[in-house]
Design a protein around this ligand. Structure first.
Ligand code: NZQ
Ligand code: ZN
Length: 400
């Protein structure tokens, strides 16, 4: 097991009607002025925003609002939020929504404490030193942003989508009410499930040796999610299944699933598939992150598995109970192929795409994908197998 640092300072308040405790929880932390950040309007339609505001009002917490943050959030809404945060002198940023609202809120929280333009952080021209605390109220289990150290922001003018990892990005508190996710459309439910499984797999396939405690956590979470996902598609108001998926989404990305399989001196996973996917949603901002991952991850797996077949066999056994019938090359290949096939069929069974074509991405787009990839990831990236830009081209092509 590799040496690691596990830091997950986010307090979690989880359960039925947790949303109505937002004001009480914020007041307990001493906050008095909140900037609420939300997306395209689902929280208005579902009444979630009204419940949050009523709860803040009941505890004397003043609030300003920034709505209209789109999926794959853009830097212009971050800039708007920074102005608002300063004008209103807020002491907490309170996203109510998905990864997009949460990531915009994190960027606002950093940018409000910085004299330059917030994009500097995402272009890696500046390192954040301070932030306004963030309290997250997730309404979709997917990104794990409610406890992660990441924020991912798009810049349409520069055709870029870039992530920023810093512990300053970790929310101080997450208020998680699984019933808020009853209203999720099936496609977003499925994309969220895919994303959280991808967060675990990025860590599992770091290229580092097995760490049985973490491997069991990783495979156990994936099995639980695979069990619950069809149940919520069948019955969107299955509280127990929704709750298990929601908790899984947090544990998939708060660092727990990478303890001891992290790359020494590097990241807590490989993260190539996230790099490959972020270029898809930068190319076409209507592409949902999880849907892009459903295409990219199996394609990456088929390309790289020979680097560490033993890790694929661990995964095969841990998640699908698949074993090679002996240790010949053919038997290992058959077991690994069956595993990747099963995983891909699972994503497809949820309504996720199998090919880039289904996402509207064509061969002629690949050059542009590679330009962004080079800016974000460099000439060589990945730890399970070091990939070049030409390897990335081959992976994209294999997924057409
Ligand atoms: O915008 P609204 O109207 O709220 O609708 C959203 C949006 O259309 C809808 N939605 C959310 N909760 C709902 C709901 N609809 C009905 N009922 C509800 N309860 O779902 C759609 C997707 O929302 P979004 O916030 O974009 O989804 P998600 O949570 O998947 O976030 C995706 C973003 O997070 C980034 C992705 O790259 C992408 O930009 N990620 C962030 C990470 C992080 N910060 O740690 C890690 C991830 O790997 C990911 O990269
Ligand atoms: Zn993700």
């Amino acid at each position: 097991m590799n040496d690691f640092t596990f830091y997950s300072p986010t307090k979690i308040v989880f359960g039925r009607d947790a949303i109505d405790r937002t004001g009480e929880e914020l007041a307990a932390l001493g906050f008095t002025r909140a900037l609420i950040v939300y997306g395209g309007g689902s929280v208005l339609r579902t009444g979630t925003l009204d419940r949050v505001k009523a709860s803040l009002d009941a505890h004397g917490i003043a609030h300003a609002e920034l709505g209209g943050v789109r999926p794959n959030p853009e830097i212009t809404s971050v800039r708007k939020g920074i102005e608002l945060a300063r004008a209103e002198r807020v002491d907490v940023v309170l996203p109510v929504g998905g990864g997009s609202a949460m990531d915009a809120a994190k960027a606002i929280a950093l940018g409000a404490c910085y004299d330059g333009d917030a994009w500097d952080f995402f272009a890696k021209r500046a390192t954040p030193a301070q932030r306004i605390p963030v309290v997250a109220v997730p309404t979709i289990p997917a990104s794990g942003s409610e406890a992660s150290n990441s924020a991912v922001i798009s810049n349409d003018a520069e055709h870029l989508k870039s992530g920023l990892n810093t512990d300053l990005n970790r929310p101080v508190l997450a208020i998680m009410d699984p019933a808020l996710t009853f209203t999720l459309p099936p496609y977003q439910t499925a994309a969220g499930v895919t994303d959280m499984i991808a967060h675990i797999m990025e860590r599992f396939f770091s290229g580092e040796p097995a760490a049985p405690v973490t491997d069991n956590i990783a495979c156990g979470i994936i099995r639980a999610v695979m069990d619950a996902a069809p149940r919520v598609l069948e019955n969107p108001e299955d509280y127990d299944a929704r709750a298990n998926i929601m908790w899984a989404g947090t544990l998939a990305h708060n660092g727990l699933a990478g303890c001891g399989t992290n790359v020494p001196g590097g990241r807590d996973g490989d993260w190539s598939c996230h790099g490959l996917e972020h270029e898809l949603s930068a190319l076409d901002t209507s592409i949902t992150h999880g849907a892009g991952l459903a295409v990219v991850f199996p394609a990456w797996m088929r390309y790289v598995w020979r680097e560490h077949p033993e890790r694929f066999l661990d995964f095969a056994k841990g998640v699908f109970d698949i074993e090679a019938i002996d240790d010949t090359e053919e038997a290992v290949r058959d077991a690994v192929t069956a595993t990747i096939d099963e995983l891909q069929e699972f994503f497809v069974s949820l309504g996720m795409p199998r090919t880039l074509g289904e996402l509207g991405v064509k061969e002629a787009d690949i050059d542009q994908l590679l330009v962004g990839l080079k800016i974000n990831k460099g000439e060589v990236f990945g730890s399970f197998k070091q990939l070049t830009i030409e390897d990335a081209r081959a992976i994209y092509r294999s997924a057409l």
